[in-house]
Design a protein around this ligand. Structure first.
Ligand SMILES: [Zn+2]
Length: 240
């Protein structure tokens, strides 16, 4: 199936590795940064940090990683901190969202920043970022209490770009990406759709097994693979 393994909503974890090693179109995570992100995700991150005046106070620590970089991080963390720590905080090469370019680790600016576990508190400027993250399409990807679902320890610094309506739905419903992808299987398009209204943008979301679903002409839509077994369709509702 073409495209199942690409798009903003691909689920990448130990059970669902990245099968394609296509390098995404990359851009600096924020202007002047050496950390790279998929270019649209970078624009959205820059927009979010700009809105709360946090460019400079919140620092991108790690964004896109090649397979080789992920391997190096895995081995060096193993050597420095041991197996238990590494399995908790570092995804296996091929199973890291960082290889998609859609994941970003953020830190509060400090003299010394821990590369594996950067400090990104709940309050202050970091709290302000959390409050608007979904408006810019980002979710906190590894929340506390969901470790048994994500397979990764709580990482309050790791954010994943999924797109605005999906980020809002996941935040409202308290779902991880694993749970959201599963939930959408119960909304097979065109039978049923999950509808959302977030900040004036209405969208109907459903699951489809076809990359080219039959739609009314001129319907604005996006389609993303889920990296498992099909596609997530986002149909934008235009104002009447
Ligand atoms: Zn991360």
């Amino acid at each position: 199936m073409p495209g199942v393994h690409s798009g903003n909503l691909i689920l990448v974890n130990a059970r669902h590795p990245l099968t394609e090693q296509r390098r995404p179109l990359l851009a600096p995570a924020i202007p002047g940064s050496g950390v790279l992100l998929e270019s649209h995700a970078a624009a959205m991150l820059t927009g979010a940090l700009g809105r709360i005046g946090a460019l400079g106070d919140i620092v991108p620590v790690s964004g896109w990683r090649s397979r080789r970089e992920q391997q190096e991080i895995w081995y060096s963390t193993m050597a420095e901190s041991g197996g238990e720590f590494t399995r908790k905080y570092v995804a296996l090469p091929g199973c890291s969202e960082h290889e998609t370019g859609l994941a970003i680790d953020l830190a509060l600016r400090a003299e010394e920043i821990d590369f594996i576990r950067p400090d990104f508190p709940r309050d202050g400027v970091c709290g302000r970022f959390r409050a608007i993250a979904a408006d810019y399409g980002f979710i906190e990807r590894y929340p506390a209490g969901k470790e048994h679902i994500t397979g990764i320890a709580a990482e309050p610094w790791h954010f994943r770009y999924v797109g605005r309506p999906h980020a809002h739905l996941m935040a409202e419903l308290g779902l991880t990406l694993e749970e959201y992808v599963e939930l959408l299987r119960s909304y097979p398009y065109p039978g049923g759709v999950l509808s959302t209204e977030s900040g004036g943008y209405g969208a109907d979301i459903g699951f489809t097994s076809s990359y080219e679903p039959s739609l009314a002409p001129s319907t604005p839509y996006q389609v993303s693979g889920n990296n498992v077994d099909g596609y997530i369709l986002t149909l934008w509702r235009l104002p009447a």
